[in-house]
Design a protein around this ligand. Structure first.
Ligand SMILES: Cc1cc2nc3c(=O)[nH]c(=O)nc-3n(C[C@H](O)[C@H](O)[C@H](O)COP(=O)(O)OP(=O)(O)OC[C@H]3O[C@@H](n4cnc5c(N)ncnc54)[C@H](O)[C@@H]3O)c2cc1C
Length: 446
């Protein structure tokens, strides 16, 4: 199995840049034998490693990461660990799966969140790294208000709690008067993604659990009943391997023409001055997802690196898993427009960081989970919600590979097979046309 394509992360991982220098880790430059090999150190990989270490206290575990901890998508997302699912391939948050599957997804997301909160307590993480603050679905237009109403109806059917917020309440929280309506749901856990991921990686390392960075797996083959993964300067032989590489699963030769490689983009302001903080008003920290799924996510943060605003929007389908700087520059125009529409009083505040990152979706919103060859397991394709889904799928892949049955595994296996995509270039043309149309329809919510 030759790996054909390697991760390429456009722009800086801004959340990581806010933090002090990271733990320096070696590149793999030896030929190791282990009981377990995990490939990819994002939410799925680190959670799989933590669960394996809990289950097999004397086993040797090796984790190989192509990039550096928190430099990949795990450290460059918006930090929403969402419990109540929404379908990113649908145009609104109310288009969620039928109720049994919806409940199963909520159970899985909550198990992921629980696993993360348990790690946070065990490893003494602070509230900036992870906190259960809930999130607001914010609406700026009649279309957004209608989406929130549909979402509220859906939450009623699930008997899930929420609170509706009027324009006044939204102004008090955000300091801006652009939001006319909000839906607060309490179950979402917010993370500073790079801080959480780094602390998790630092805490699980031990003499028996080794993590190597800049160690992309270039080939994976079965030899005498074991798997052997080859990197540029070394190799790891292990009886069992868990692939936690999200969309790069396809680069290992699996799920060909079934994974949709989508990039989304974000910009973060420089630290606000105290005068600017006073001008803005509102609460020092809040987290808002757009009422229209293709609208703009906004976070106001206050902590390491100062007080800042982050906006995220736009999605592009890039089947080759790569985007260039020009794309980041093009998207910056959208980001500035969205930022200025929301924060006219701070329109002069420039963006310090702009970046993009990979998501992996399937047409029917299912993951690729389970044993894909003897001794080879997948915890991949998180459908854009990998902070919670990646965490739970990594944890469950470790349990599955250890032969531990559970009700959660039944939920995880409830997914259908991913649907096939049309041939290229048709898939790219169709997906990008749909995304552009959805963004156009999002109107003021973008
Ligand atoms: C701007 C942005 C905002 C987002 N916001 C949110 C959000 O608010 N909430 C949410 O839930 N999700 C969000 N996401 C998505 C989320 O980041 C991903 O779903 C999540 O990171 C997936 O976790 P994972 O562990 O499965 O994969 P990843 O985090 O992608 O980790 C996989 C790792 O595998 C490594 N890898 C790949 N190939 C190899 C190889 N050959 N050898 C070794 N290592 C390899 C990669 O370098 C990578 O570090 C966002 C993403 C972006 C880009």
């Amino acid at each position: 199995m030759q790996v054909t394509c390697f991760p390429c992360d456009p722009g800086p991982a801004a959340w990581n840049k806010l933090l002090p220098p990271a733990t320096a880790r070696a590149m793999l430059d030896a030929h190791l034998t282990a009981d377990w090999l995990i490939i990819g150190a994002g939410f799925a990989g680190l959670s799989a490693a933590r669960r394996l270490a809990q289950l097999h206290k004397s086993d040797r575990i090796v984790l190989l990461e192509a990039s550096q901890i928190a430099e990949g998508p795990a450290g460059r997302n918006s930090g929403f660990m969402i419990d109540v699912p929404h379908d990113l391939t649908a145009s609104d948050y109310a288009s969620v799966p039928e109720s049994d599957k919806g409940q199963g997804e909520i159970r899985l997301n909550r198990a992921g969140i629980h696993f993360a909160l348990e790690a946070a307590a065990e490893f003494a993480m602070d509230k900036e790294s992870i906190t259960q603050s809930g999130k607001i679905n914010g609406a700026m237009s009649a279309r957004g208000v209608a989406h929130n109403a549909a979402y509220a109806k859906y939450l009623d059917t699930l008997d899930e709690p929420y609170q509706l917020l009027d324009a006044d309440a939204m102004h008090k929280i955000t300091g801006t008067s652009c939001y006319v309506d909000g839906l607060y749901s309490p179950g979402t856990v917010m993370i500073q993604p790079a801080k959480y991921i780094r602390q998790l990686a630092d805490a699980i390392e031990s003499p028996l659990l080794s993590l190597f960075e800049q160690s992309a797996v270039q080939g994976l083959e079965k030899r005498n009943g074991s798997w052997c993964a080859r990197t540029q300067h070394g190799s790891v032989t292990a009886a069992k391997v868990i692939l936690c590489v999200n969309g790069h699963l396809e680069s290992f030769g699996f799920s060909q023409r079934k994974l949709m490689h989508v990039f989304t983009y974000a910009s973060m302001t420089r630290a606000l001055t105290s005068a600017e903080i006073d001008t803005l008003g509102g609460e020092p920290q809040w987290a808002l997802t757009p009422a229209d799924a293709l609208g703009t996510t906004v976070r106001r943060i206050s902590g390491t690196g100062g007080d800042r605003i982050i906006v995220r929007n736009r999605a592009t389908f890039d089947a080759n898993l790569k985007v260039d700087q020009k794309r980041i520059d093009d998207v910056a125009v959208n980001h500035d427009r969205s930022y200025q529409a929301r924060f006219p009083k701070l329109r002069h505040v420039e963006m310090e960081y702009r970046w993009g990152g990979r998501l992996c979706l399937t047409r029917n919103n299912v993951s690729v989970f389970g044993q894909i060859e003897e001794g080879l397991f997948s915890a991949c394709c998180q459908n854009g919600l990998g902070t919670a889904k990646g965490t739970v799928s990594g944890m469950l892949a470790a349990e599955l590979a250890s032969g531990i049955p559970s009700a959660l595994l039944v939920d995880q296996f409830a997914d259908d097979e991913p649907k096939k995509l049309p041939m290229e270039p048709l898939a790219s043309v169709a997906a990008n046309a749909l995304l552009r149309w959805g963004e156009f329809r999002a109107g003021k919510e973008l």
